[in-house]
Design a binder for this molecule. Structure first.
Ligand code: ADP
Ligand code: GLC
Length: 528
């Protein structure tokens, strides 16, 4: 059944004065440029499967912990929902129970969930979704029933927002774990009056993780079988949560302008390049920011010696602590190259490992590595430590926030040799700490790191343009040459890096524009 216009009006829709504005002023008058604090507050429902400081496996958590705060700073109302994983429960955050046993219908099953208000992110109305059978587990992802775990998260998100009476103008979904929300809103829930004017924006953080499952799960998550089509959630014979998000959302964003172009091509589109190029006009590349409160060398409580651009010489003392911490010879002069990363194929560490003998025998450097992930990389870095115990310091297989801060602050250079990189936060964090990034020229690394130019003194990093050990090594050698031979220029590069502004404010405004456009699109879609 389709609602008539008068039926729609009779619902709560007209309370949304933005829609009313659209109707009375004519749609074409509402342009992105008209945005600003003085305009109506948006109600934004922010969904992501990890969020700092509660649960993190990578940069998604940094973004989801920071962007909602920045949106709040622009004057919007932001509600967020996170599964109550084991790590969240152990975090002992201040919470208040809202619903003890809320029934959620997912396919043919009813799940009873708890909902708690959590006060961990200032300014953000954060809720925790409690379903111990699904979430009280040691890892966030990687279970056979992930389709049900995140199907429930998506379904519960829609039910909870109703139950708390928060009628969103926009639901901002992030990565595959949230992909079913736009699917529900455009199929089973399309005519639900509560969501009639709710737009969906889907952000791609990494196309390499797609949430592909056997088609049998379609019924289990309560979607109609018809969605299993190329014009729907089908992706090479799988039921793909990522495809659901990409296909059904009103607008799409990804986390850097360069990655937005790259994913429309076969080499980096991960099979979605066709769909993404047909939706090219709906796809926006918005560079991530960094939480400048959390990542601030001047106030960072996790580093031994605080500093800023005007006291940059103090940075060196952190190096001594870092060397000591990783049992390396303590030497202020020695260049220290740092890595803090998931150890995954995406991150391109083959070039480091292939170049490591030449790098470590030819040059007087130290390499420090903090990383966890695939066994082959974990083993390779442990072996490197054995081979060069005075030159390589490692902490492998763990997530260690304090050590990550110490590496950003204490290293001289920071490596991101990624094969592909949607945005990358490590290079921006390292710049904030005056640590010079050495990066492969791809994705967000292109948009954030400019090669240091000896002649002009511009730039804040070193790039290699071809993904090979040889080109990687040459970039490191360019950096080492400036570090060793031209300390004044090195200092200039450090200051350039520290001056670069990758705070969230600018990007949050871009999201605001996209939200407005998505709302306009949704209004057109429902035929208001
Ligand atoms: P990705 O999201 O692809 O992993 P990003 O560069 O966007 O890459 O973000 C990585 C984030 O995770 C950074 O905040 C980085 O400091 C952090 N990180 C990665 N591995 C570890 C680790 N083992 N311990 C602590 N922090 C880590
Ligand atoms: C992903 C990407 C990374 C990006 C992060 C946050 O994990 O791999 O490049 O910075 O998401 O958007």
């Amino acid at each position: 059944m389709r609602y008539t216009v008068s039926e729609v009006f009779s619902q709560t829709v007209l309370q949304q004065s933005f829609v009313f504005q659209l109707l009375t002023r004519g749609r074409n008058e509402v342009k992105g440029e008209e945005l600003g604090r003085s305009q109506k507050r948006l109600r934004i429902f922010y969904l992501a499967s990890e969020m700092m400081p509660l649960a993190k496996t990578g940069g998604l958590a940094d973004v989801a912990g920071a962007l909602p705060k920045a949106l709040k700073g622009l004057g919007h109302d932001v509600v967020a929902l996170l599964p109550k994983y084991e790590v969240v429960a152990k975090g002992k955050w201040r919470t208040k129970p809202i619903f003890k046993s809320m029934p959620i219908k997912l396919g043919d099953n009813i799940y009873r969930v708890g909902v708690e208000r959590c006060y961990a992110i200032p300014g953000v109305e954060l809720y925790l979704l409690d379903c111990p059978d699904f979430y009280d587990r040691p890892h966030l992802y990687g279970y056979n029933d992930d389709a049900l775990r995140f199907g429930l998260y998506c379904r519960a998100a829609l039910e909870i927002t109703k139950a708390i009476g928060f009628q969103p103008n926009v639901i901002h979904c992030n990565d595959w774990q949230t992909g079913l929300v736009p699917a529900y809103l455009n199929t089973t829930d399309f005519y639900d009056g509560f969501f009639i004017c709710t737009a969906t924006v889907f952000t791609i953080h990494n196309l390499g993780y797609q949430g592909n499952f056997p088609p049998a799960f379609i019924k289990d998550v309560g979607l109609p079988w018809e969605v299993f089509s190329i014009e729907g959630v089908e992706f090479y014979g799988h039921f793909s949560f990522m495809k659901a998000g990409l296909f059904y959302s009103d607008l799409l964003t990804t986390v850097s302008p360069t990655y937005a172009s790259e994913i429309q091509t076969e080499p980096l589109g991960e099979g979605f390049h066709g769909l993404l190029s047909t939706r090219s006009c709906d796809l926006f590349g918005i560079l991530n920011g960094v939480d400048y409160e959390f990542w601030n060398p001047k106030t960072d409580k996790l580093i031994p010696v605080n500093y800023d651009a005007s006291t940059i010489d103090r940075k060196r003392q952190n190096k001594l602590h870092l060397q000591e911490r990783l049992e390396l010879p303590v030497d202020e002069q020695k260049p220290v190259i740092g890595i803090v990363s998931r150890l995954a194929w995406q991150k391109g560490f083959e070039v480091v490992l292939d170049a490591s003998d030449e790098l470590l025998t030819k040059h007087d450097v130290q390499l420090v590595v903090l990383g966890a992930g695939e066994e082959r990389y974990e083993k390779a870095f442990l072996k490197l430590r054995e081979a060069y115990p005075t030159k390589v310091g490692v902490r492998i297989g763990v997530y260690d926030e304090p050590l990550a801060h110490l590496i950003y602050a204490g290293a001289d250079m920071f490596l991101m040799p990624s094969r592909y990189e949607p945005c990358g936060l490590g290079q921006m964090i390292s710049m904030r700490y005056g640590t010079i990034p050495i990066v492969h020229h791809t994705g967000g690394l292109v948009d954030t790191v400019k090669e240091f130019n000896e002649e002009t003194g511009e730039g804040e990093g070193f790039c290699f343009y071809k993904f090979s050990a040889e080109h990687f090594l040459k970039a490191v050698e360019r950096a080492l040459f400036i570090y060793n031979e031209k300390p004044e220029l090195w200092r200039k590069a450090m200051l350039n890096a520290m001056k670069a502004d990758y705070s969230w404010k600018r990007s949050a405004k871009e999201y605001e524009k996209v939200y407005r456009l998505a709302i306009q699109k949704r209004v057109e879609k429902v035929g208001l």
